[in-house]
Ligand binder design. Structure first.
Ligand SMILES: C[S@@+](CC[C@H](N)C(=O)[O-])C[C@H]1O[C@@H](n2cnc3c(N)ncnc32)[C@H](O)[C@@H]1O
Length: 398
């Protein structure tokens, strides 16, 4: 830790954060993930954007895998628990100004500024212990040599990720990591029925099919729904060419997709209210898992007439836009909760790659009471009243 920079209160907060790290490291399974972010602008290693630290069980014993995320590449290095704690402590305040620790007991967020530091804790996002056998740094969720990756312009014929496709590659892998975690929490059936709504050029649909079949040994039926017939044709031809028999694409509007059994609904970057159409399909098909990464948020921005203390700040276009996004996605999550889902809203991929980086995942709960439904709907009503919104589009179609 840089003591000349961190003084008084800041040091106390960093020490407390490090205590949480030590406590979680003592029983490796309590430690889920630690992320160091917000690099110091003057840092010589400035193309190092962030580090993600996870526990791994190696032959030589428990270690922590540091995934160093540079602008155009990732590097993984394993540290003993002692060395890992030392490295984190050294990096805080010198190279990184933000740290998040997720453990089975609590989530802790540390933010260091020139004025001091703030440390916030909240209930854990995940309480299931870390799966140390699942060595994420070694088990690759996607083989870059997969021929469809080359056909879609992500890799060379030799299976090397193209320089201009690094962001896409990262996004695909992050998506599979999320799917892998969701599957661990709520396993998909072998014959899972899955719809990817607004599948576009199919990168994520192919990746999903590849992972579920080759990675997990399932025999799913995956359907991509996409308005643009040329993309549907391209994807269907490619699926046949690479022998993905149960991966099909249909040229259709999401709203016309027939209500049928769905185990998992996916809609990534589907424009504006297309995300709502997809969520509504997921709800009516009683999908066990819903994964959406909303895109543009036009409806609420247009229909929002705030009558709360935020109205003076929302006269600024950029703040109004961001607020509309928060309200739109917050209400989506609440409506999913009202319909019996446990939801998480988090950063899908870093904002340096795209401004549209929020993901909402929802897992159907075993039990759901009328009181829980009412509580969620009351929250929606209160938000709508505060922001002068008559209707969220999703409400009108579910
Ligand atoms: C931004 S692309 C995202 C593609 C892909 N999901 C991804 O994340 O890479 C959104 C796609 O959704 C499609 N789309 C938008 N509204 C749709 C609707 N109502 N029905 C079907 N497809 C739709 C668009 O044609 C477009 O290809």
């Amino acid at each position: 830790m840089n003591c000349s920079f961190l003084c008084g209160m800041a040091q106390t907060q960093v020490h407390t954060f490090m205590d949480y790290c030590r406590e979680a490291a003592a029983s490796q399974q309590d430690w889920l993930k630690c992320t160091l972010a917000l690099p110091v602008a003057t840092d010589a290693r400035s193309d190092l954007k962030s580090i993600t630290i996870r526990p791994v069980l190696l032959k030589k014993g428990p270690h922590f895998a540091f995934n160093f995320r540079y602008k155009t590449r990732d590097e993984v290095k394993n540290y003993t628990p002692e060395a890992a704690l030392l490295e984190i402590e050294n990096l805080l305040g010198t190279h990184f100004m933000e740290a998040t620790l997720q453990t089975t007991h609590r989530d802790a967020h540390l933010r260091i500024t020139p004025e001091g530091a703030t440390l916030r804790t909240k209930a854990p996002t995940q309480t299931a212990p870390a799966d140390l056998k699942h060595d994420k740094t070694k088990v690759r969720l996607l083989d870059p040599a997969a021929p469809w990756l080359h056909a879609l312009g992500i890799t060379t014929a030799k299976g090397e990720v193209l320089a201009n496709a690094q962001d896409k590659w990262r996004q695909i892998n992050k998506f599979l990591e999320i799917i892998s975690n969701l599957h661990r929490e709520k396993p998909l059936p072998t014959d899972a029925q899955i719809a990817d709504m607004g599948s576009g050029k199919g990168y994520l649909t192919f990746a999903l099919y590849n992972y579920l079949t080759d990675g997990l040994g399932l025999k799913p039926q995956v359907t991509g729904i996409e308005l643009r017939p040329n993309l549907v044709e391209l994807c269907n031809k490619l699926a046949q060419k690479v022998g993905y028999q149960q991966l099909t694409f249909v040229a259709e509007d999401i709203r016309d997709f027939p209500m049928e059994r769905l185990d998992m609904l996916i809609a990534l970057h589907a424009c504006d209210t297309a995300t709502d159409l997809a969520i509504a399909k997921g709800l009516s098909s009683k999908a066990e898992i819903v994964v959406v990464a909303p895109c543009c948020h036009k409806q609420i921005r247009r229909d929002m007439h705030p009558a709360n203390e935020l109205s003076p700040v929302l006269k600024h276009g950029i703040l109004e836009e961001r607020q509309a996004e928060i309200v739109t996605d917050g209400i989506r999550a609440l409506l999913l909760e009202a319909n019996g889902y446990k939801t998480s809203v988090f950063e899908f991929i870093s904002t340096e790659h795209t401004a549209k980086n929020v993901m909402i995942t929802a897992l159907k709960k075993q039990t759901h009471t009328a009181a829980q439904q009412k509580a969620a709907l009351d929250k929606v009503a209160a938000i709508k009243a505060g922001f002068g919104i008559e209707k969220h589009y999703l409400e009108t179609i579910i």
